[in-house]
Design a protein around this ligand. Sequence first.
Ligand SMILES: Nc1nc(=O)c2c([nH]1)NC[C@@H]1CN(c3ccc(C(=O)N[C@@H](CCC(=O)O)C(=O)O)cc3)C=[N+]21
Length: 285
Amino acid sequence: MSARIIDGKAVAEALRGRLAERVSALGFRPGLRVVRVGEDPASGVYVRNKDRAALKAGLDSATIQLPEATGEAELLDLVAKLNADPAVDGILVQLPLPRQIEAVKVLAAIDPAKDVDGFHAMNAGMLATGQRGLVPCTPKGVMHLLAAARIPVAGARAVVLGRSNIVGKPMAALLLAADATVTVVHSRTRDLAHECRRAEILVAAVGRAEMVKGDWIAEGATVIDVGINRLPDGRLVGDVDFAAASQHAAAITPVPGGVGPMTIACLLENTVEAAVARRGVREAG
Ligand SMILES: Nc1nc(=O)c2c([nH]1)NC[C@@H]1CN(c3ccc(C(=O)N[C@@H](CCC(=O)O)C(=O)O)cc3)C=[N+]21
């Protein structure tokens, strides 16, 4: 059997189209500012793709590029300025940050109402306690993909591989809120393969190229691959051995063209949501 491929690029395009319509009805351009310190290669493609998508959706979007040697106080000053700017609805500080800057301090300084990454402890707490807040883009994008592919989540056995604050933990919280039975597994889990084989929905988010093997996948499972890993030969692969997993899964996301484009679409969605909430806009429909 060969799995159905869940086309994240197409689902993201559809979501961006709906957002463009929503933005044009607002009568103002939601403002997004992305702050990038230094030149971490992982965030290069992301920044370029995001800028293009944001402008196309009608957002007022700009990237603020700071030098690698920027100090923590300087970055905190910029965040304070963006917090105070009424035209700015969303603030995203690209991670990872250079060594001299403590990321948790910077994330804590962002106004939670403008925290379109959903990384502030306030938004993480809102998600954990089932309250409305800004939800991290990648896990939010995964939930959109599951819905678009008509994968039943309620009651399903879901396994999340990875426990990061930016993907694994919020992913588990969202699946739980959608009534899945959620297991989080990680590098210290005994018999990872066995745990993964129990999954009806497997979300792989460890950042290790093709770590999930074909025989880790139950027959008929849905496989969501969050990993984006660059191999020495330049090829881009996920955390899952795609060809082998496709022989067992019923549905699977590719890399590239799976979760990545959804992360960007959800960043735009969060910016629109932040703008609507902050400015007290009442939308029709
Ligand atoms: N504060 C913060 N928030 C982030 O969300 C964040 C970050 N920092 N730092 C860097 C990572 C990386 N990231 C990506 C998102 C989408 C693609 C993406 O769209 N990838 C495409 C194309 C990839 C390619 O062609 O190279 C795909 O998977 O199909 C990639 C990478 C968000 N990140």
